[in-house]
Ligand binder design. Sequence first.
Ligand code: SAM
Length: 491
Amino acid sequence: MKRESVGRVKTECYHPSDHLILESGEKLSNLTIAYETYGNLNKEKNNAIMVCHALSGDSHAAGWHLRDGKTGWWDILIGPGKCLDTEKYFIICSNILGGCKGTTGPSSINNTTGKQYGLDFPIITIKDMVNAQRKLLDHLDIKQLFAVIGGSMGGMQVLEWCVSYPEMVRMAIPIATSAYSSPQQIAFNEVGRRAIISDSKWNNGKYYDLEFPDDGLALARMIAHITYLSNESMYEKFGRRLQDKSEYSFEFSTDFQVESYLHYQGSSFTKRFDANSYLYITKAIDYFDLTENGSLEEAFKNIKTKFLVISIDSDWLYPPSQSKEILMALIANDVDVNYYEIKSSSGHDAFLLEGGQLNYIISNFLSHSLVRDVMSHHVIQISNNSSIKDASQLMISENITHIPVVSEEDKIEGIVTAWDISKAVALNYHNLEEIMTRDVIIALPDDAIEVSARKMREYNISSLPVVDDTGRVIGIITTDHISNLLAGNYK
Ligand code: SAM
């Protein structure tokens, strides 16, 4: 299928009526969460994918904004025919708590003072960011995510989602990330923060009505930018080439192309990012540590999510060894996990650039959904000695059309549908046993959803009870559950 853009998009804002209790114990009220969505939420609300952004990202992950005329930062992966296929999935991306692109952060107005928060903004953590996203999901009435995906700090949010809300995430894709910040990562962040704080224009965070500390923020970005590239990609991009000259200047002006590039990266960053947000977000990254009693295995003990862990071979900021640590801790907990190392010379930045490999491995992973990934766990059943009236009343009160009939031992015995009830009325039957279908077409939890779709098509039925190996009904799967997920194949 041709890969297309989601087209023109716009950012929405959600204002929760209650406050957010932060990990520090502080309360944050008057919260705003800026977010974008792409694709449609299906009737079962089970096709939502949360995209988590990295340090300097925002909610504009795909498509094109009329406001700033920019394509989203993950446009290579989100859209019709791409791995985060908007014909199948409902994609959500919100700006993180503490950010400066619409969600409440240090540059937002503090209602108690009428001025920007500055350093009065409370310290936030990755868990607080996830809790804000959780509020957004409640607002959208989504009980469970089909998947959560993100790279770098976005990957930290992915891991936090699975640890904090293990029941709410079916599949997780952390990319180029770590379960805790290493001393080297903290060290780079601290140098960046010092660059900002040492800028006299920073003025203890109170610069909003004055001059912006652009020298400090630009320097912080220049340092960080080096960590996002690899030595190889720098050789490829710049070599030792000089900028607009053929000889060394023998002074401290810009000689090399790499210097000029970093200056450009630094100064353009100051036009789109807030210096205080940079301080707060890097602090949240530094505090991130999922280990419990020094053990990642212990931290992952309640995880129920299926994982695809992705690393990048040339990434020295979040090296593959950190992803392998996540992988090993998941394996130790018997979690269903796949691992893939992207081959790229682009360093950490590859998670934003390697569209070919990412589209291939992510779409393969997501499309191999099993019945257990999408079925409803809440199944209304009826016992085989009930009356037809009981069954019809249950259908009306629960607004359902298919009810599995079970024995006293809770084993599947048959199925009764609204179609069978109308037959009973026409033919004047009274017992459920007389009208129920005994040859039940079932699904197994580990069947691929394509198998169930095929069965439903073949037998012209719209619902299959999901049965475990003892014959007990553990779920139900309907055409509504899968119609979006198999868009193009099943309609
Ligand atoms: N397509 C519609 C549906 O699934 O409700 C109705 C058509 S289908 C011919 C109706 C018959 O299929 C009913 O007698 C019902 O008991 C039966 N049926 C529905 N789901 C079934 C399943 N999973 N296994 C076996 N029979 C089933």
